[in-house]
Design a protein around this ligand. Sequence first.
Ligand SMILES: O=C(O)CCC(=O)C(=O)O
Length: 279
Amino acid sequence: MPLRSFESGVSSAVVADALRRDGGVIVRNVAPPDLIGSVSAELRAKLDESGADHQSGYQSGFSGRRTLRCYGVLRFSPSSAELIAHQLVLDVADAILLPACADYQLGSTTGIEILPGQGAQPLHRDDSPYPVQLAGLELQIGVMWALTDFTAENGATRIVVGSHRLLRTWHAPELANCDQAVMPKGSVVIYLGSTWHGSGENRSKSPRMGLINTYSLGWLRSESNHMLEVPPAIALRYPTNIRRLLGYTTHGDGEDQLGHYDGDEPAWVAPRPRFTDCP
Ligand SMILES: O=C(O)CCC(=O)C(=O)O
């Protein structure tokens, strides 16, 4: 079953409908080439560092031993904020996640470069760390930006269309419905946390580079620890919507409030001296 693919300019409602129906959807040519160029350049050094350190946890069997990864990209890639808080992405996240939370947060931000010779990643669901599966409750979405063209040969993300309808993680997906997110640089593929997916095999002679950001319900533990990856002194360089996505805010009100700081809304709303003094 093919993934549905739209051109940029499509409404977020159409994208969210396709996502709910199929579990994944492509929107082509969303980000301009200069933005994609800046993000790629800012990720370069960190990707190379991860490749140089073969003992690090960056290169595991699951992530791929011929795959470079860098995490917490807002620490060193200011341009990535434009992709992370892209209006289309936030509108789709609003539609999918806000019915089940007061606000959502970033789960993780990861640059991924799949080198020639890398085999396909095992298919998996991103919501598997959360030991709950309830029909109709989506815990997160994944948003993969193509920083190079994604082709069938270079490892374009594989998505099992319709697999989000399998309620339990042990229900094997129907592989006949697997499609690849073939799309030009600057495009984005969005998929649900419950959708089976994984990177493809890189049979080409060139690397495939992407930036994948996940967004999860605000009352869940985020996949990566943003307070350490993007500490307050760096978070303060970004506008409040990015700080909010990083979790420098509360979830809920009154006695239902989570994430308070000294019993209060954290300082990103009204910076206090001790906040900026944090190491
Ligand atoms: O690189 C890709 O296309 C997908 C990567 C992925 O799904 C993961 O590492 O969890």
